[in-house]
Design a protein around this ligand. Structure first.
Ligand SMILES: Cc1cc2nc3c(=O)[nH]c(=O)nc-3n(C[C@H](O)[C@H](O)[C@H](O)COP(=O)(O)O)c2cc1C
Length: 342
């Protein structure tokens, strides 16, 4: 059954409001506090020459940073997306758009993306669709989502816990691995598979090597937690509320997910997200093998406070990464990998 557009829009607004609440974040659980970079008291470097450039999706980028996919699909999100896209374009960050699910049943949704492209013609955008929609959509429909924003890649998001806990959820992932392999062959851009805050086990990462995907973004436990958010939305269902409480610590930490993924670096690129809150967290994730690091909640929070605050936040994250690089004696992001200590 197709959800009415008004209901769909109000769900998306609710998601944003709940994502901003502290209790819906698994703060302190990303495992990054236990990762220590080795301090270098005598770096043979000039801070001003430190290079943030990184190779992501086969291209040289100004930074290894990504605004992780966040909610689209309601009128208020248009301005927010425009703001984020312009900032990403100016600073050379990649930007994942929120789920394009609405485009599958509402043709008007496409016009939102047209204005985004006009405002930021050179930003590297990444399409986004949930696995459960991918399973039922046609290959042509998925290619249209990609074309509508001229995306550089397609992100398929996995959210089994959220699908179980939300009333509108469709917890049916049957045949998913094969469907991912099919879409990899069918679309004209690389495919990224990401979680949404619960991370990846070694076994799942191994299964994904059979699909031909280009990237896994681990999006591990330690940041925004959809189990917690959905529980708060289902206040009229004692069953869902209770289950949400039970699963409030469910997931594999971002650090553990990155360690699990290090084994598969020759099969696909590894990206880090989930509870990355500072440029130092990002430096640690890069040292654990990530080629790109994504932020969702910290960017949402800043963007909701306007352009100046958003730019401040992005600049702070870049400055903190550079500081971590200076204090570990790393001239570029690639050398960070040798500087880890757990
Ligand atoms: C308001 C909001 C909406 C989100 N919507 C999507 C989405 O549509 N597709 C997706 O792949 N991930 C979505 N996410 C998940 C993020 O991309 C990210 O994986 C997760 O929030 C963990 O990152 P964080 O701890 O930095 O917030 C959303 C996150 C937030 C906060």
């Amino acid at each position: 059954m197709i959800e009415p557009i008004s209901q769909f829009e109000s769900r998306k607004k609710e998601h944003i409001a709940l994502a901003l609440k502290d209790e819906n974040e698994a703060r302190g659980h990303s495992g990054l506090d236990q990762v220590q970079l080795i301090h270098e008291a005598l770096p043979d470097l000039n801070f001003s020459e430190i290079q943030l450039q990184a190779k992501v999706l086969g291209k040289k980028r100004k930074t290894p940073f990504l605004v992780s996919s966040m909610t689209a699909g309601h009128a208020g999100a248009v301005d927010l997306n425009l703001l984020m896209a312009k900032a990403c374009e100016a600073r050379g960050w990649l930007m994942g758009v929120g789920s394009q699910r609405r485009e599958l049943f509402d043709l008007e949704a496409k016009s939102e993306w047209k204005s985004l492209r006009l405002a930021a013609p050179n930003v590297a955008l990444l399409s986004n669709i949930g696995l459960t929609q991918l399973i039922v959509a046609t290959n042509d429909q998925i290619q249209e989502l990609i074309d509508s924003i001229e995306a550089e890649a397609l992100i398929v998001h996995l959210n089994p816990l959220q699908e179980c806990l939300q009333n509108e959820g469709t917890p049916n992932f049957k045949g998913a691995l094969q469907r991912i392999a099919e879409i990899v062959k069918s679309v004209k851009v690389p495919v990224v598979v990401k979680e949404t805050g619960c991370g990846f086990s070694s076994q799942t990462l191994k299964r994904l090597t059979e699909t031909g995907i280009a990237v896994v973004d681990v999006s591990g436990f330690g940041g925004t937690h959809w189990g917690r958010i959905e529980g708060q939305r289902e206040q009229n269902s004692a069953l869902k509320m209770q289950a949400s409480e039970t699963f409030s610590h469910w997931g594999i930490s971002t650090t553990q997910s990155l360690l699990n993924a290090s084994e598969f670096q020759s099969s696909y690129e590894i990206w880090a997200s989930g509870g990355i809150r500072t440029g130092l967290d990002a430096a640690k994730a890069l040292s654990l093998g990530a080629a790109c690091v994504g932020f969702a909640k910290p960017i949402l929070q800043a963007a909701l406070n306007g352009e100046e605050r958003l730019n401040q936040q992005m600049e702070t994250l870049e400055f903190e990464l550079k500081t971590a690089m200076f204090c570990t004696g790393c001239m570029n992001t690639a050398t960070l990998k040798e500087k880890r200590r757990i």
